[in-house]
Design a protein around this ligand. Structure first.
Ligand SMILES: Nc1ncnc2c1ncn2[C@@H]1O[C@H](COP(=O)(O)OP(=O)(O)OP(=O)(O)O)[C@@H](O)[C@H]1O
Length: 255
């Protein structure tokens, strides 16, 4: 689905992402964790075309998109959310979803997960179904700027889904949510992979939740990838414990 080959991003003298290689297989649910400033969002920005890597290559669905803009990545089936949700505040919740659906119509069929309109899963057929999937049917006619921040996070996911992606990048969609909301969010993310067949990459600071739901986790530290594997293995990795997790997490992971 996507291959990052020795991707490096520098801002002046600072190396935010340092020769990170990673391959994402179709249908994987992968977490990315790491301390503040580890380079997680910068890595997302690089693999979604938001910023061009200083060096390295990005292959998406078999095509080399290194240096291309976000619209090219989107045409190749990639959608993402941002740490601060980006919704059209003055438009209604439903209109925000419809905007994404219009975008889906412009995507080249080659990169659609569902080749024919008729094969698009029921949950993504129209704005009403997408609103039901993300749990915002009751808010459909409200201005997007008037719903709660956690609902805006759901809406942003809905807008991304409306473009009918194959690969979805989620940047801290559980930030600022209550325990209950975090569990609901995790359940939604699971459904996107399990029922819709999306490949999902999920950056999150709520590490305990993340590790319970993903089957593979990549750990970044000071721009470098220091681990990449199943959660049970990664929580025992000495470098990961030292850099990020601490002893308490290891005991919980072992339990
Ligand atoms: N546009 C930019 N210009 C200069 N430096 C930047 C820019 N974006 C990020 N950085 C720096 O790059 C490093 C990595 O930042 P990044 O936001 O990718 O980390 P992160 O792991 O996502 O952190 P957090 O968990 O706090 O969101 C940090 O030192 C940050 O200050």
């Amino acid at each position: 689905m996507l291959a990052a080959r020795e991707v490096t991003v520098r801002f002046g003298g600072l190396t935010a992402v340092d020769q990170v290689s990673a391959t994402l297989q179709s249908g994987e649910l992968v977490g990315i964790i790491g301390p503040n400033g580890a380079g997680k969002t910068t890595f997302f920005n690089a693999i979604s075309g938001v910023l061009a890597p200083t060096s390295g290559r990005l292959i998406v669905a078999g095509d080399d998109l290194t240096g291309k803009g976000p619209h090219r990545f989107a045409k190749h089936g990639l959608a993402r959310t941002f740490q601060t949700p980006r919704v059209f505040a003055d438009m209604s919740v439903a209109q925000n979803i419809e905007f994404g659906l219009k975008f889906a119509g412009r995507r080249h069929r080659k990169y659609w997960l569902w080749g024919e309109e008729a094969s698009v899963p029921w949950a993504l057929r129209d704005a009403g179904n997408i609103l039901q999937l993300i749990g915002l049917s009751a808010q459909a006619e409200l201005p997007a700027g008037s719903i709660t921040p956690s609902q805006q996070r759901l809406l942003e996911i809905g807008m991304a889904l409306a473009t009918r992606p194959r690969l979805l990048l989620l940047d801290e969609v559980a930030a600022g949510l209550t325990e209950n909301e975090i569990e609901n969010m995790a359940a939604l993310v699971r459904r996107l992979r399990d029922e819709l067949g999306l490949t999902v990459v999920w950056i999150e600071h709520a590490v305990r939740t993340l590790l319970r739901h993903v089957e593979r986790v990549i750990v970044l530290h000071q721009g470098r990838k220091i681990a990449d594997g199943p959660p049970a293995e990664v929580v025992r990795n000495a470098e990961v414990i030292e850099a990020y997790l601490g002893d308490e997490m290891v005991e919980e992971g072992a339990a």
